[in-house]
Design a binder for this molecule. Structure first.
Ligand code: ADP
Length: 875
């Protein structure tokens, strides 16, 4: 009967043990759970074995069950202790566990082989006495050793539990209390058994059954294996941040995969210590380190005891990848700055716009008032003109703002049409020329011959781009040159990449502003350019348009020296044929510039009143390297009854003065070889004759201060070339007073310019030569014809001299030749050629070789065309 009860109890115990196993196993396993599971397995094995033992009927079966039971018994306590240590975060050195593990395993081996020796059991026999047949075992030395260790472990476990029970509160306290009972009961049973009170029945398995029941209760009712623990472990394992945990003595307890990857030295025993020192060098610490282009923040903190903050249990380092956060923060700061900048730009734009609008509006209102209050028709016309101009300015402003809003809303679409780049350039140039001329700037343009004749694209918007760049160049340039050039860069699939270059010698753009000038509402040097009208929208529109044409725009600039804008656009090619190069300068804008030049070169000559005087018998020498100039001078002198002698160089002059004493000498200041100044000083050295002859400098340099310079050099006076008759007359009167004779009024010969005369010079006039001025300059038609002849005869020599000196790099000679051509051309009325020569002379003086090389063809072409026009007349 008792046996049956015991047996039923045993079987119930096996089931309980099994249930305990199930309830633990069904929870997701954390490290702690795994340990508990192993402990419970061991308990289960020992109960199962004891059940088998009491149900066995033979000695062998019983011994076998006993041995099987020890497989569980040897380890159960050890694993419970381990679980306890994990659960309560108690630091039990691994070595202690390992030693017990080894000891118990050795014991298990001894037990398994117990029938071969007497170490564990001195004797083993079957007994039929008592409640049921059982095996009688006489305990050997190892038995007592194992039992002592088991009791020790149990005591340790219970003590640890009780200590923790004391510390904790609430549900934790209850859990630990149950845990300590789970240890106490089997411990108590074992002690009873060892005392020998219960000889036949081993109560320990019963104790284990009870402890399993308590554990099941603990797990299910008090949530012993709370998922939080598991969650914590998962978080640590799966976090993208690195985690390193050290014990209080700086030994590595744990490092997750991220940390190991970031600090691979942790994985190597020899480098670990150094790496740990590096990470934990300050405590606490917040530091940023860069690893392979990413930035990480290391936060080191201490793990303190919950109950005693002074007790450090270890150290923890979190390593956060801050790359994204940093990048995100930087981006946010940048966006904020940009938003602030845009806001500022808009505010300044509004302020600017209101100023821009107010200026023309003020003018419109003011002039309207004047119109209303003034009855004079002429004045009213002027006022209305001003109103018209102001309205135009307003219109530009409104159009720009409209353009911007169209572009911003994506409403601008390109309308492609067939067009010729040459014609387009002509249109753009003729629109901008008045502004350029008004500022007395030099303007040169060039369409390279590679550009195809017919293109397809949005002509209107290209004109917009060109006009904008050009008008900026004019606005921001006070003096110098503006260059406008279009060339082909690349040709691909019937498309051409064109480059529009606008270069100026204006104020330039500071390096730090170069990027922003293409931004909306951006204007620079506003104080400096106060008088320059603008909205800061032009270049931003140009950039948008260029980008719509798959192109780009860039700027090169030297602050204070000038800027170069380079816009590139793709255009469709309609006619592959190359066009002719189209080049020129603002001297080509014939009507306007000729008028201007004429005034500059000839002054008010047309209105002069010449006195009818003659200087018969006067001995006059004219020295000039240029035949044309000589002819002009001799023609003019003839008007005063003077038959001048001519010398073509300084040497010729010196020879002449040795033979003859002159009343006056006119000497060109700039001559190749011996120039005017040198000739003069040599002349003065010659003792006899001409020592005191007045020498008048002739120069085509109309610069201020030249006269003073000439007088300082020892000349007696100075005359500009082409000679002004009034000035010439004054010089003659001043130096040849004694020879002067007054002519009767009737004999006075005024040079007129009848339609009939014009007819004789048709080819010249067609070429833009101001024949009337030329005739006047040369002192009459007869001498003009001679000068023309000399001009043509002299041309090959002159052209050769120019090209040779250029080839040889003799820029002094080149400058002298250009200088001579300047006055020779002016003398015949070829003002454009004169102006081109002037620019070459200027470039020569400044050694602007690039300009000379680039424009040389232009000079020679114009020279050739003039000669041709004269020859045509002669033929
Ligand atoms: P704005 O109407 O003010 O001329 P833009 O957008 O055309 O506006 O030009 C923006 C700014 O770029 C100008 O205010 C000026 O400071 C600078 N800029 C443009 N073109 C030139 C140039 N050719 N030389 C010097 N500065 C220039």
């Amino acid at each position: 009967m008792v046996y049956t009860v015991i047996n039923i109890f045993q079987i119930a115990g096996v089931l309980t043990g099994f249930l305990t196993l199930l309830s633990i196993a069904k929870k997701k396993a954390s490290e702690t759970q795994k340990v508990l599971l192993i402990a419970c397995c061991c308990a289960f094995v020992s109960i199962l074995a004891y059940t088998l033992e009491i149900n066995a009927r033979s000695l062998e079966a019983m011994v076998m069950a006993v041995k099987f039971g020890y497989v569980g018994k040897c380890y159960v306590l050890l694993f419970f202790l381990m679980f306890m240590a994990y659960y309560c975060n108690i630091d039990i050195p691994k070595l202690v566990f390992r030693s017990f593990l080894v000891f118990n395993t050795v014991m298990l081996l001894i037990i398994i082989t117990c029938d071969r020796h007497k170490l564990y059991y001195k004797s083993i026999r079957l007994s039929y006495e008592g409640l049921f047949p059982h095996v009688e075992l006489e305990k050997g030395v190892c038995y007592w050793m194992l039992m002592a260790v088991m009791l020790g472990l149990m005591a340790w476990y219970v003590i640890l539990c009780l200590i923790e029970v004391k510390k904790r509160k609430g549900i934790e306290k209850k859990r630990l209390l149950l845990l300590s009972f789970s240890g106490l009961i089997p411990g108590y049973m074992l002690t009873v058994y060892l005392t020998g009170i219960m000889n036949i029945l081993d109560p320990v398995p019963l104790g284990i059954v009870l402890s399993c029941m308590l554990l099941t209760l603990n797990v299910n009712k008090y949530g012993l294996l709370d998922t939080m623990e598991l969650a914590r472990e998962k978080i640590i394992e799966n976090t993208k941040d690195g985690l390193v945990i050290l014990d209080a003595s700086y030994n590595l307890l744990y490092a997750n995969d991220v940390a190991r990857e970031l600090f691979p030295d942790i994985n190597q025993a020899e480098s670990r210590e150094k790496q740990i020192k590096e990470i934990f060098k300050e405590n606490p610490r917040e530091a940023v380190v860069d690893i392979e282009g990413r930035s990480y923040e290391i936060r080191v903190s201490r793990i303190e005891d919950d109950n005693n903050a002074d007790t450090v249990r270890g150290y923890l380092a979190w390593i956060f990848d801050m790359t994204f956060v940093n990048h995100y923060t930087e981006e946010m700061i940048r966006l904020r700055q940009e938003a602030e900048k845009a806001n500022l730009a808009k505010t300044s734009f509004l302020a600017h716009m209101s100023h821009e609008i107010r200026t023309p509006m003020n003018a419109i209102i003011g002039f309207s008032d004047l119109c209303l209050n003034n009855g004079d028709e002429g004045e009213i016309k002027e006022y209305v003109q001003s109103i018209r101009e102001s309205a135009g300015t307003l219109m530009v402003l409104i159009n720009e703002v409209l353009d911007i809003s169209k572009i911003e809303s994506g409403k601008i679409a390109l309308t492609d049409v067939a067009y010729s780049m040459k014609e387009l350039m002509k249109e753009v140039i003729s629109a901008i020329i008045p502004q350029i001329n008004a500022k007395h700037l030099t303007f040169r343009y060039l369409l390279e011959k590679d550009v195809p004749v017919m293109l397809k694209g949005d002509k209107k918007e290209i004109r917009h781009i060109m006009s904008n760049l050009l008008s900026n160049a004019v606005k921001y340039t006070a003096e110098g040159t503006i260059l406008f050039k279009v060339k082909e860069i690349e040709r691909k699939d019937r498309k051409t990449l064109l480059e529009i270059i606008v270069k100026d010698t204006g104020i330039g753009i500071k390096e730090e502003n170069r990027e922003q000038i293409f931004d909306r509402f951006e204007r620079f040097d506003v104080k400096k350019n106060y008088a320059v009208e603008g909205t800061g929208l032009g270049l931003s529109i140009v950039k948008d348009l260029v980008q719509l044409m798959d192109g780009s725009i860039e700027v090169e600039s030297v602050y204070g020296e000038g800027s170069l804008f380079r816009a590139r656009i793709w255009q469709e090619v309609l006619d592959e044929r190359k066009g002719e190069a189209y080049r020129g300068s603002n001297c080509d804008d014939i009507k306007y510039t000729l008028e201007q030049l004429k005034n500059a070169v000839y002054g008010n000559r047309g209105k002069r009143k010449r006195r009818s005087i003659r200087f018969p018998g006067a001995k006059v020498l004219v020295v000039d390297d240029n035949q044309v100039n000589l002819k002009v001078a001799s023609g003019l002198l003839k008007l005063y009854g003077i038959d001048a002698e001519l010398a073509e160089s300084g040497e010729e002059c010196l020879n002449a003065v040795k033979k003859q004493t002159y009343d006056i000498i006119f000497m060109d200041q700039m001559m190749p070889g011996m120039d005017g100044v040198e000739t003069l000083s040599r002349l003065r050295e010659i003792k006899k004759g001409n020592k005191s002859t007045p020498v008048i400098a002739l120069t085509a340099n109309a610069l201020v201060g030249v006269k003073e310079e000439m007088l300082e050099e020892g000349f007696d006076d100075f005359l500009g070339k082409p000679m002004d008759l009034t000035e010439l007359e004054n010089v003659l009167i001043r130096f040849l007073k004694e020879l002067q004779e007054e002519m009767p009024e009737a004999g006075r010969e005024e040079t007129g310019f009848a339609a009939e005369t014009a007819g004789r010079y048709e080819s010249l006039i067609r070429k833009g030569i101001d024949v009337q001025a030329g005739i006047e300059l040369c002192g009459g038609e007869e001498s003009y014809l001679e000068v023309l002849k000399a001009f043509v005869t002299n041309a090959p020599v002159q052209q050769r001299s120019l090209s040779q000196s250029l080839k040889l790099g003799d820029y002094r000679r080149y400058t002298v030749s250009a200088h001579a051509l300047k006055s020779a051309a002016a003398s015949i009325g070829a003002l454009k050629l004169s102006e081109i020569s002037r620019m070459h002379e200027e470039a020569g003086n400044k050694e602007n070789i690039a300009y000379i090389n680039e424009d040389f063809v232009n000079l020679i072409e114009e020279y050739g065309e003039i000669v041709k026009a004269i020859e045509m007349r002669e033929a």
